[in-house]
Design a protein around this ligand. Structure first.
Ligand SMILES: CSCCC(=O)C(=O)COP(=O)(O)O
Ligand SMILES: [Mg+2]
Length: 230
């Protein structure tokens, strides 16, 4: 019996284009000034330590660290310090009203429905927990944070690693078979399945694959049919 829905964001609840054409360009534009202004703030300082260590760069060369961060954005790297800094930069955009989080209408309707029916909802994204709370707290359809019971980011591990899902299960204290993971990325679904989770593959556009052996859904209304069948 599925009691928990664990959802990805980009390509699942929200469009890939919002992340790549709005959020990433906003971060590229504002991150350099943000890092220069706040480089000694403890939370920023810690992330810069991690950038220097990951990239093997001189810690004191702030401009080179900024160049590395900008290159990581262009390459869509899921580096934990980049994701943490992006969240801090996006916070300013959401606060000013320049950013509004995209959410598909079907996702909005069903997240509310599932919450009201008693399912527990969690997010697992490469975006930082701060970034997750921001996108769902400031969507075009209102504040969705009241529907979520918790958030997981790469602090539990990468999304293509089965151990990350085992860590999430341990934190939630639930059986793997009671959790349905939603994602648009097959390698993430394979990792979740290796840890015993149920999965649904969101394929919002393009051709559907033949015989995948897993549940495939065009949108959240099709995920609802899976939940109703159990
Ligand atoms: C939290 S919104 C920004 C999402 C993001 O930064 C990202 O890299 C997308 O990751 P996801 O795991 O949601 O595909
Ligand atoms: Mg995704």
């Amino acid at each position: 019996m599925i009691r928990v829905v664990l959802t990805d964001i980009e390509g699942t609840t929200s469009s890939i284009s919002f992340v790549h054409d709005v959020l990433f360009p906003y971060a590229s534009e504002h991150l350099p000034a943000f890092v220069r202004a706040h480089k000694d703030r403890p939370d920023v300082f810690r992330q810069l330590d991690m950038v220097a260590e990951s990239a093997g760069q001189a810690r004191q060369d702030i401009e080179s660290l900024i160049d590395t961060l900008l290159a990581w954005i262009r390459e869509d790297r899921k580096e934990t310090p980049l994701k943490a800094l992006q969240g801090m930069v996006w916070a300013e955009g959401y606060a000013s009203g320049e950013l509004k989080g995209h959410i598909y209408q079907d996702a909005a309707e069903h997240l509310r429905l599932w919450h009201d029916r008693g399912l527990r909802l969690f997010v697992y994204s490469s975006g930082s927990v701060q970034a997750q709370k921001l996108i769902f707290g400031h969507t075009i359809a209102g504040d969705f944070t009241p529907f979520f019971s918790g958030y997981f980011d790469t602090g539990v591990g990468g999304k293509k690693e089965p151990d990350s899902y085992r860590n999430i299960l341990a934190e939630l204290g639930v059986q793997a078979s009671s959790v349905l993971f939603l994602s648009d990325v097959e390698a993430e679904l394979e990792a979740a399945e290796a840890a015993g989770l149920r999965t649904a593959w969101l394929i919002r556009d393009g051709e559907l694959p033949e015989e995948t052996g897993r549940f495939v859904a065009r949108d959240f209304s099709e995920v609802e049919t899976l939940l109703r069948k159990q």
